[in-house]
Ligand binder design. Structure first.
Ligand code: 5GP
Length: 202
């Protein structure tokens, strides 16, 4: 069976990742969205097991120590990580998986699983990013400043990704992401077995 494709999708906080992903999941209903674990407190409307697994610090550390995380990172004082088991179960069953994660964790995935397709979405500008974060009305000024600083650090990491695009308008961003995800199924780096299989019959 052909293995599923692992997509790693990063964008600075407030860039509109959630909105773009909601739309892309409507277009690709078979795509599996990996639910992360986090020590961050839930925001209003966030559901445990759907948006995140909201776990204690002790539980998070236990998952890391027992090798249960594919990657993990600290972001603005909270820990975030991708539970490993379900991701590989899906990939082995031919199901594509998308991780919505920050850049340090993304680099851990790139190193341990080089077949991952690395996609980075940029905001139109840092000013626009700050405006979007402020309009969310869910964080204090201090938290927003922290996230803007993280955004600058993350944007500098974009060069380590395979694809980059700007989220200027949601519909265009969704079209672009859809195009990237479709085309990358034919990347040479994830089709080695296909090439070998044909070669073997030559
Ligand atoms: P938020 O608190 O806004 O939900 O997420 C903060 C940042 O953590 C975002 O950039 C988000 O993509 C990232 N993030 C969410 N889940 C994970 C994860 O499992 N691993 C890593 N490394 N980052 C994550």
């Amino acid at each position: 069976m052909t293995k599923g494709v692992l997509y790693v999708f990063s964008a600075p906080s407030g860039c509109g990742k959630g909105t773009v992903l909601t739309e892309i999941r409507k277009r690709l209903p078979k795509l599996k969205y990996s639910v992360s674990a986090t020590t961050r407190a839930p925001r209003e409307g966030e559901i445990d097991g759907t948006h995140y697994y909201f776990v204690s610090r002790e539980r998070f550390d236990e998952l890391v120590e027992t090798g249960g995380m594919l990657e993990h990172a600290i972001f603005c004082g909270n820990s975030y990580g991708t539970p490993k088991e379900k991701v590989f179960e899906c990939l082995d069953n031919g199901i594509d998986v998308i991780l919505e994660i920050e850049t340090n964790g993304a680099m851990m995935v790139k190193e341990s699983y080089p077949e991952a397709v690395m996609i980075f979405m940029l905001p139109p500008s840092i000013e626009e990013l700050r405006r979007r974060l402020e309009n969310r009305h869910s964080e204090t000024e201090e938290v927003i400043n922290g996230r803007v600083n993280e955004a600058k650090r993350e944007i500098a990491m974009a060069e380590n990704y395979d694809y980059v695009f700007v989220n200027d308008s949601v519909s265009e961003a969704v079209d672009t992401l859809y195009g990237i995800m479709t085309a990358s199924k034919n990347l040479v780096k994830i089709n080695q077995d296909l090439i070998k299989g044909v070669l073997a019959k030559c």
